[in-house]
Design a protein. Sequence first.
Length: 276
Amino acid sequence: MRLSALTAELVSKAIAIYQDHAYGTGRPRRPVECPTHGGADALLAMFQKEQSETIPGYPCHRYSLRLGNRNYPFMKLLLQEHLIPGEFYFAVDSHDQMEIKPEYPDYEQFMAVRRFNRELKRKIEGAFAGAGIATAACVRQLLLEAPVGASGPCRGLVLIVDDEEDLAAAVEVLLQRRGFRTYKVHDGVAGVAAANELLPDLMVLDYELPELDGLQVIERLRSEPVTAGIPVLLSSAARVSMADIKRADGFLAKPFPEALLHEMVDRVLRAREAKP
């Protein structure tokens, strides 16, 4: 969806679907009124504008509106550009990436909130799709419809580990068109198992995953001689410390454009080939 197609009716529908699922009936929710005049610019002014630019020259934009939910006040509605420049879709950011360690007294309670948020995100985005509102599935469809050039020799196997299945599928399409074989899984435990079985040439790994998060996956890979040398391109919409970024071979801040994905994949593989 292009931003020029944004209307008050569309934004109001997205907010209503979000809040109906996030709060249910009879619970107080944040009142939000969409401007009916001023076009897309006035509607976008409701959101906080953010820009991701992991490498200068590869910008990607998203707009966020904090609406919360009945258990957690920080969850956000997103209008996001990802992979295809200029194409936006609606999504949910659970915004629950605080570092809570198992030894903390409220660890189990926070993990319960995180599981609740993950399931709520899935339900809201499913409801968006059911209502004809653009979601990440639209990105995948646009990529599938795009013309395909001649394919060259196989460049190796990439293991994609991401619990957002539509985004994983979109990344898979792009990598296959660059000559890679791909295999994708959607949680950290499955990622470790697939890495041991397939020994991929590269792993594109999401930071926020069920079962094991991205850093735990890296830790397990590095602890085993057979998988220790697999290069890992870590990606995340959350803020990740520089120390944690350095545990991977490359980092992509979500959202990111297609060109940056290819740049970072090539960069990580070149670095691997240069190692003695």
